[in-house]
Design a protein around this ligand. Structure first.
Ligand code: HPA
Length: 275
């Protein structure tokens, strides 16, 4: 770990606090194309990532790249609309910087979302899955290197990485909104190529229900920071080899757009249930 990381986080937190005094209770990390969630944030102050020192900006289209500070149903939140990915070439420390800032701003809970391929053959595109656990298959770890005790312990426990209370909050919110939720294990890979059918068969054998290219690093950093995590995956496609069609980013985006409204409802309701 970069020894100056704590100072960088402090500088970023200070810059955000100059724009908004709101102390978030819940931090939210949105997957691609969810900029519309901003409409759900009351008294919303939008801070472009470029205005926050050390905050990495994404080159991926559809990632707005701004921090939204405000309230949802009276609950103070900080929302990352846009995130950077390991496959873009960022280091794990950059990938997790935003989550560190959310923790630094005071958020005790993290609600994190992603688009994922359905590895479990009973899941279908458009399904939502509560993440109950993950497999970090990226081959890297954001905590590799020296540890700064000010940020967290050297060897953080990951046995309840996605806490029971947070999972309950997602289920409670799903009942309010009227959507069905699956539960399962998320396998996080480095990407950016999609998996081969053989890799998907391997993931099934080792216990994955969904596969994606984000989230695991952020969740490790969140646990290191002492945050409780609620994780939600949107199945945008059947994983490689499980359908007769080739995988395409277009399909992933299309399904993402189709469920966007319901997902925004579910996330807003979850914030209320997490408080
Ligand atoms: N594999 C990896 N990442 C993904 C997928 C997939 O099938 N779908 C959406 N993100």
């Amino acid at each position: 770990m970069d020894v100056e990381l704590y100072d960088k986080i402090t500088e970023a937190v200070t810059a955000v606090r100059q724009r908004s005094k709101n102390e978030p209770m819940v931090g939210v990390v949105l997957g691609s194309g969810l900029g519309a969630f901003a409409d759900r944030v009351d008294n919303c102050v939008k801070i472009p990532y470029r205005d926050i020192p050390h905050f990495p900006e994404s080159g991926v289209a559809g990632h707005a790249g701004e921090l939204l500070i405000g309230d949802i149903d009276g609950v103070p939140v900080a929302v990352m609309a846009g995130r950077v990915h390991y496959y873009e070439g960022y280091h794990m420390q950059q990938v997790t910087f935003g989550v560190r800032v959310l923790a630094g701003l005071g958020a005790k809970k993290l609600l994190i979302t992603n688009a994922a391929g359905a590895v479990n053959p009973t899941f279908a595109p458009g399904d939502f899955m509560v993440i109950v656990d993950h497999l970090n298959l990226t081959g890297d770890n954001p905590l590799r290197g020296g540890n700064d005790q000010k940020l967290g312990p050297r060897f953080p426990d990951m046995s309840t990485a996605y806490g029971a209370d947070c999972r309950r909050a997602l289920h409670e919110a799903s009942r309010k909104v009227g959507v069905t939720l699956r539960e399962g294990v998320y396998a996080g890979l480095a990407g950016p190529s999609y998996e081969t059918p053989a890799e998907i068969r391997m993931l099934q054998i080792i216990g994955a229900d969904a596969v994606g290219m984000s989230t695991v690093a952020e969740v490790i950093a969140a646990n290191h920071s002492g945050m409780q995590v609620a994780g939600l995956s949107v199945m945008t496609n059947r994983a490689a080899g499980l359908s007769d069609q080739p995988l395409s980013h277009e399909e992933v985006k299309e399904v993402g757009e189709r469920v966007r409204g319901v997902l925004c409802d579910l996330l807003a309701a979850t914030v209320a249930c997490l408080a």
